[in-house]
Design a protein around this ligand. Sequence first.
Ligand SMILES: [Zn+2]
Length: 294
Amino acid sequence: MPDYIVRGTALDGKVRVFAVQSTELVEELRRRQGTYPVVTAALGRTATMGAIMGIMLKGEEKLTIQISGKGPVGQIVVDANAFGDVRGYVTHPDVLGGANELGKLDVRGIVGTDGFLTVIKDLGMREPYRGQVELISGELGEDFAYYFSQSEQTPSAVGVGVLLNREDASVRVAGGFLIQLLPGLEDKEITEIERSVGQIPSVTSILADGTTPEGLLQRVFPDSLRLLEKVPIQFKCRCDRDRLKSVLVSLGEQELRDILVKEGHAEVVCTFCQDEYQFDKEDLQELLNQAVNR
Ligand SMILES: [Zn+2]
């Protein structure tokens, strides 16, 4: 089943809800980046939340999530937009990590907790919007909940998870939900929401059972859920040959001349998708001319 997000409301519009199945997206990230199991979980959780936050944007707006907690994985970077396109990478995909006290992949252990979760939104203004919170957990779900409540002043419940296949560490199921409490809720409604959310087993166990994202939300709001939209999400990189040409030109005249003389060709790998672009002698000569004439 292809990945998608559902968006809706509950309790007469006083709650905003999102749920996503991101299995194929996270598997493609794993395959392209060559991530080890714990890293797949960390990048996958971030990408899943990125997909949800992307859908909250409009038109050509886009956002970048950066997580750096000084753990062995280094930085986690995820880009997303309103069209459901998501891409991402980590500094060190081949971190072994281990299991935590619950026998689960120890995401906190590789992300670390000495740092920040940063969200940069390009909303088409001159200055991008930038929100940042300290990492309070390193497991990421809680960190995103903290981000929404602190940086965007919207109390939120977040569940996010990635479950791997035992045999080959490929992604069996990935997904998440976001429940946002808007002004106007009564205390007893909030208590009831907290109780329902608390009763949900992990997102991955629900999805692995064959429950859909819609079904997940239905369990929290059996009487008041109103689904508004279903949006496909997918891995997609924005790189192309022209973009990487300008990267080469920006190396400058001296560096390009060196490459031309010593190597005679260049290959550039996109950090986000790991696609490889080849530039031969003629290409390099042309780029050198551009660099000289800049
Ligand atoms: Zn790319």
